[in-house]
Design a protein around this ligand. Structure first.
Ligand SMILES: Cc1cc2nc3c(=O)[nH]c(=O)nc-3n(C[C@H](O)[C@H](O)[C@H](O)COP(=O)(O)OP(=O)(O)OC[C@H]3O[C@@H](n4cnc5c(N)ncnc54)[C@H](O)[C@@H]3O)c2cc1C
Length: 349
């Protein structure tokens, strides 16, 4: 946060039409752009992105609300705030008649393990989601042979295939623009009053941020409308049903891997592990194989910085949890952006 004496509450910038750029057309950039418009109606918001919709990492994600227990903001309190506010954001959409059209749905999920009780627990959401409980003896039989531990929880899922175009349309209807452009550096955006950096893995290069690490993931999208609950198992195995009977089968995590090519060995391993849960999946029609690089950073970076005289608010590094946590981080980024815009800071923070 900026020191209070840096704020000019009656700043001319707030009265004119401030010119705002958002780098990134994934779930984080699109959410920040829309939430900024919500807060400052007279702002001219331009999204600048190399890729949109199906060419983003966001589009590949199953989008389930289940953070890894290592998901981290700068403090425990901020981590919790991001999760709570994100959950509330998605709940508000679920209450509307458009939820399905926007790509948001409720979902029940099982998490099983043959070896480790702790992987079935999640301190970050046990007091947030409506249900998080141990499975019954009967439910334990839903896991593969040898399953010893299990939990059931109620959660939600967001399909970026629908969410991104829906939010993008709102941004444009309000006078914003979505432009195809690769940003080489922040200095090239000196004509903007404020820039949000939501470039995901691209932020590694824009900021020379060596804490940014890709974590490679591969999934199989299959048609299996009979799958009604999500299942998690050992060795990063998951089965996550979505809208229109499309189910995401995963997964794998390749730390520091930049390989965006499909790997047939990963696909075979994923299918074998998922069929241990639900043998019928081997007959499911394969719709697509997808590979993405999770933009991992510890902690996720949400903070203002003056770079080459340009006011920049960073919001990147959400790793494997950026769909679910985009709104909470975006709310903080937008607040920082509004304070930054009002300030007359000319030197480094
Ligand atoms: C297999 C897999 C499964 C996943 N499952 C889940 C899940 O179930 N739940 C969940 O919450 N998350 C999940 N994730 C993680 C989630 O996909 C990411 O955390 C999220 O998509 C990050 O969003 P983002 O907007 O930061 O990045 P991206 O979606 O990668 O978007 C980055 C944007 O920045 C643009 N960009 C980058 N550099 C520049 C530049 N220099 N100039 C202009 N534009 C630039 C890109 O073109 C793109 O538009 C999963 C990820 C993978 C790979």
């Amino acid at each position: 946060m900026l020191p209070i004496n840096c704020l000019e509450t009656t700043s001319a910038k707030m009265r004119e039409q401030p010119n705002i750029a958002v780098i990134g057309g994934g779930v984080v950039g699109i959410t920040v752009a829309k939430l900024f418009q919500d807060r400052l109606k007279n702002a001219k918001v331009t999204v600048l992105a190399e890729n949109y919709t199906e060419d983003t990492t966001s589009h590949i994600a199953a989008g389930i609300f289940r953070p890894g227990t290592s998901f981290k903001g700068p403090t425990k309190e901020i981590t919790k705030k991001w999760l709570n506010e994100s959950w509330q954001f998605w709940q508000d959409i679920l209450k509307t008649p458009d939820a399905e059209q926007i790509g948001v749905m409720t979902l029940g999920a099982y998490i099983f393990s043959k070896e480790n009780y702790h992987v079935t627990r999640n301190h970050l959401i046990e007091d947030l989601v409506p249900i998080y409980r141990p499975v019954t003896d009967e439910e334990l039989k839903l896991g593969p042979k040898g399953t010893k531990f299990g939990s059931y929880f109620s959660t939600l899922k967001v399909e970026c295939e629908r969410y991104l175009p829906w939010m993008g349309n709102i941004i444009v209807e309000r006078g914003g623009e979505l432009i195809n452009r690769k940003v080489e550096n922040f200095a090239s955006l000196s004509n903007y009053d404020l820039v949000f950096n939501c470039a995901g893995l691209g932020a590694k290069y824009l900021c020379n941020d060596y804490d940014m690490v890709p974590i490679r993931g591969q999934v199989i999208k299959v048609k299996a409308p009979w799958v009604k609950s999500a299942f998690y198992g050992d060795i990063d195995t998951y089965i996550i049903p979505g809208l229109n009977g499309v189910v995401t089968l995963g997964g794998c995590r390749g730390y520091d891997s930049y390989n965006l090519n499909y790997c047939k060995y990963d696909a075979a391993s994923i299918l074998e592990r998922c069929c241990e849960f639900l043998p019928n999946l081997k007959n499911a029609e394969v719709i697509a194989h997808k590979v993405g690089l999770r933009p991992h950073r510890m902690p996720v970076r949400v903070e203002p910085e003056l770079v080459d005289g340009v006011k920049v608010v960073h919001c990147y590094g959400h790793g494997g949890y950026g769909v679910m946590t985009a709104p909470g981080t975006a709310i903080d980024a937008v607040e920082m952006g509004l304070n930054f815009l009002r300030s007359n800071i000319k030197n480094k923070l």
